[in-house]
Design a protein around this ligand. Structure first.
Ligand code: GLN
Ligand code: ZN
Length: 781
């Protein structure tokens, strides 16, 4: 069989949420029972048609399969679960008699119902997108159901566009799955691989019968440590793709390998080469996060196409087209030497970037020309393919424009700010360290006079409809600054009074002034900008609007101090000020590509250090610096982790080390599985660390005890993720478990996380129970 040539320019995927969040609106109206399924379906089809029309206007071929067929109502991993009819046992009643699951059933998997929790959600690689974790057991049904894929292909075909149906690949699917509850302790979903591969053979046949020329299988898990071991010569990926490629009836196959280097990092391209030899028609490499493949390792491409993912799909900067074209020309020589053809694409799906820079109306004037959102990236891919195939002169204008923008960016005042650079250059190791923990403890005990098992919260109090509408009104200009400030002060006073009434020991101001724990900080720092429409899907119908870090960071003026010191002035109780840490601020923003992240992290750290100094001057003696994203940015490959943990911990220390001994520094982390980074958490050198622990019933205290963690620790005793009130007995039980392994003198009592998504009724009751259980526990010590 002669191999099909992959289109010269393509993208791996496109944002699904819609330029005006059409998908969000359609889904939420349907879930609210305002529309039926047919209406939802029609809205989704119209959104996809508009997207495809846009992509062809931008220059992607309408009929050469360069258009991505990656639409998903909720999540691409859920769609693979549907295509495999892999309905977990606890949802078995939702499956039809032939084992398939329909749209309504799929939404129950995604969102749960009265009687059961939804599939677990977890971060997709090192991004802020969350996928629904498949639950696979020994006997989870696995049965091909290509209906949705075929229907979508056919509908677009009838409309004159040939999409490339896209599915998470079989190996990644199982690596992303977890063992179903009740499976044997050593059960590994990967043992179901043969059945999954057989189902994929059937799906491929169905798509071939429908006339699909190409299919895309995404195998990003092959860039993780575990998956990489399966992607070297002689390992599992080779046999799986030999089987799939040998299928008698199938479309041409593109296998994508985004988010890093697949297989052996020392031999970039080896995995692509082995997949091509296995018979895969086109293989992809991520040239942004992954290493550049070379003929040395590609081996024999066997007539296949290598799709070079050279346009960054995780960040929003304009591509340096001149440099990229040079890279592509060099790579083409290597690829041809290996017997293959080169095509141009994106590093991953463009789902991680917003739709269109042209929709931004409020960006600072210098920014738009530096940026490329999804639509601009499509044009970049097309330009690069054209330059590669028709010669540089054919795209001279585009290259010149990009060069000019990049030059402007580099030279713009604010990109590099001498005062910020001098301050960084003058840092010494002393700036990263406080005095020893014991000295601090003594000073803090004298200053704070806290009871045993001090009770506190993680910071935010419920963000009620009133709070959110006041903020919206202020933004829209319908209430003025003074009115808004007055409103927030009343809100703060209420939150403080409530905490006093409940008898909490360490009070907070409640964060009512913050739209978001990162955006609020970005808005108050120089070097960041806000988009007005830069939405990126985070899960299901939810999208976030990350800030853009474009220049050197500094803090023009104190901004949390007025709110926090006002709140503290209303009480005689110890008071805790609340800040977001440097790593989290960067993790949830678009970051610079012209500076190492570690440099930006230290700049943000210094800005926070200034804020901490001002909080101290205002009399605040407990300050919490949240780092819920510390673990999220942990590199996918273990060899890269030490370096990351080094600079990220340093930036936290830099932000907090200016505090005097008697100031108690807290941090908060949003997860409990931190055994693997417990060294780093200890190295943060915070006086008190609060973590999530209620759902795992204090499991984490074991890790802490084994490690010999001697700092203050607040394992959450109240799961704030569920809308239910924990009883006093439940809280008491968790406190007891914690006391079983931790020293009473180090234990703090707090919820798992902030209360901003909860309502006041449940919050009041839950906190009352938390305080009552603590008071009872104290009396037994
Ligand atoms: N202080 C923040 C809050 O309470 C922490 C949120 C988080 O950890 N994600 O909302
Ligand atoms: Zn949290």
């Amino acid at each position: 069989m002669s191999k099909q040539t992959f289109p010269a320019a393509s993208i791996l995927g496109y944002p699904r949420i819609g330029p005006n969040r059409e998908l969000k609106k359609a889904l939420e109206a349907h879930w609210a029972k305002q529309t039926d399924e047919a209406t939802l379906h029609a809205a989704a089809l119209e959104l996809q048609r508009n997207n495809l029309a846009k992509l062809t206007t931008l220059g992607l071929g309408a009929t050469d399969a360069s258009l991505p067929g990656d639409f998903a109502y909720y999540d691409q991993v859920l769609d693979a679960t549907i295509a495999l009819s892999a309905v977990p046992t606890r949802f078995a009643d939702l499956a039809a008699t032939d084992g398939t699951i329909n749209t309504a059933g799929a939404f129950v998997l995604a969102r749960g119902d009265e009687s059961r929790a939804p599939l677990e959600m977890t971060k997709w690689f090192d991004t802020n997108y969350h996928y629904l974790v498949p639950e696979i057991g020994e006997s989870t049904p696995i049965k091909a159901n290509a209906a949705a894929l075929v229907e979508s292909f056919t509908a677009h075909q009838a409309n004159g566009t040939t999409i490339r149906p896209t599915l998470v690949g079989p190996i990644s699917y199982l690596l992303l799955a977890k063992a179903e509850d009740g499976a044997a302790a050593d059960f590994d979903p990967l043992v179901r691989l043969d059945e999954v591969v057989n189902a994929y053979v059937e799906i491929l046949a169905a798509l071939a019968a429908a006339g699909a020329p190409w299919v895309q299988l995404d195998e990003p898990a092959l860039v993780t440590d575990r998956g990489a071991a399966l992607a070297v010569p002689g390992a599992l990926a080779e046999s799986v793709y030999t089987t799939l490629a040998a299928a008698t009836k199938r479309p041409a196959l593109l296998v994508t390998l985004g988010y890093g280097t697949a297989g052996n990092v020392e031999r970039p391209g080896e995995t692509q080469g082995l997949l091509a030899r296995a018979g895969v028609d086109a293989v992809h490499a991520d040239l942004i996060r992954g290493a550049l493949p070379t003929a040395n390792f590609l081996g024999d491409l066997a007539g296949s196409t290598l799709v070079a993912g050279i346009v960054d799909s995780r960040n929003i900067w304009r591509n340096n087209l001149t440099t990229s074209l040079q890279t592509l020309q060099g790579l083409r020589a290597e690829v041809q030497q290996a017997g293959g053809t080169l095509a141009v694409g994106t590093a991953t799906s463009l789902q991680h970037v917003p739709h269109d820079v042209a929709l931004e109306t409020k960006l600072p004037a210098h920014l738009p020309e530096w940026l490329a959102f999804a639509n601009q990236k499509v044009s970049e891919v097309i330009t690069l393919a054209k330059g590669l195939n028709d010669g540089q002169e054919a795209v001279a204008t585009e290259l010149a424009e990009a060069d000019a923008a990049i030059k402007n960016r580099a030279e713009f005042a604010g990109t590099t700010v001498p005062a910020v650079r001098t301050r960084l250059a003058n840092l010494t190791t002393a700036d990263f360290s406080r005095s020893d923990a014991t000295t601090r403890k003594v000073a803090q005990e004298q200053a704070l006079d806290l009871p045993l098992l001090p009770t506190t919260t993680i910071g935010s109090f419920p963000q009620t409809v009133e709070v959110r509408s006041a903020r919206a009104a202020h933004r829209a200009g319908t209430i003025n600054d003074a009115a808004y400030e007055g409103f927030l002060k009343e809100e703060i006073a209420r939150v403080v009074a409530l905490q006093e009434e409940l008898g909490l020991d360490v009070l907070v101001h409640g964060e009512a002034e913050r739209n978001d724990m990162v955006q609020y900080f970005a808005e108050n720092f120089d070097g960041f900008a806000e988009t007005s429409n830069g939405w990126v899907q985070s899960y299901g119908s939810r999208a976030t609007r990350p800030s853009i870090l474009w220049g050197d960071v500094s803090r023009p003026a104190p901004f949390t101090v007025p709110w926090i010191s006002y709140a503290a002035s209303l009480t005689n109780k110890p008071f805790k000020g609340m800040l977001t840490g440097p790593v989290t601020i960067l993790a949830w923003s678009f970051i610079r590509d012209d500076e190492p992240l570690s440099v930006s992290a230290n700049q943000v750290a210094l800005a926070l250090r200034d804020e901490i100094a001002d909080l101290e001057a205002a009399g605040i003696s407990i300050i919490q610096v949240d780092e819920p994203a510390l673990r999220e940015l942990l590199p996918l490959r273990s060899k890269d982790q030490t370096k990351y943990l080094g600079w990220s911990v340093d930036s936290f220390r830099l932000s907090t080390a200016g505090a005097v001994d008697s100031t108690q520094i807290h941090t908060h982390l949003c997860y409990s599985e931190f055994g693997e980074i417990i060294n780093a958490i200890d190295a943060l050198d915070a006086d008190v660390t609060s973590i999530e622990a209620a759902r795992s019933r204090m499991e984490v205290t074991e890790d802490l005890t084994n490690f010999g963690f001697s700092r203050g620790i607040g394992p959450g005793v109240y799961d704030i993720h569920a809308p239910r009130v924990p009883s006093e007995a439940e809280v008491a039980e968790l406190i007891n478990i914690a006391l079983g392994s931790l020293d009473a003198r180090q234990l703090w009592i707090n919820p798992d996380c902030g209360l901003k998504t909860r309502g006041y009724l449940e919050t009041r009751e839950s906190l009352a129970n938390l305080v009552a259980a603590t008071v009872a526990a104290r009396s037994t010590l």
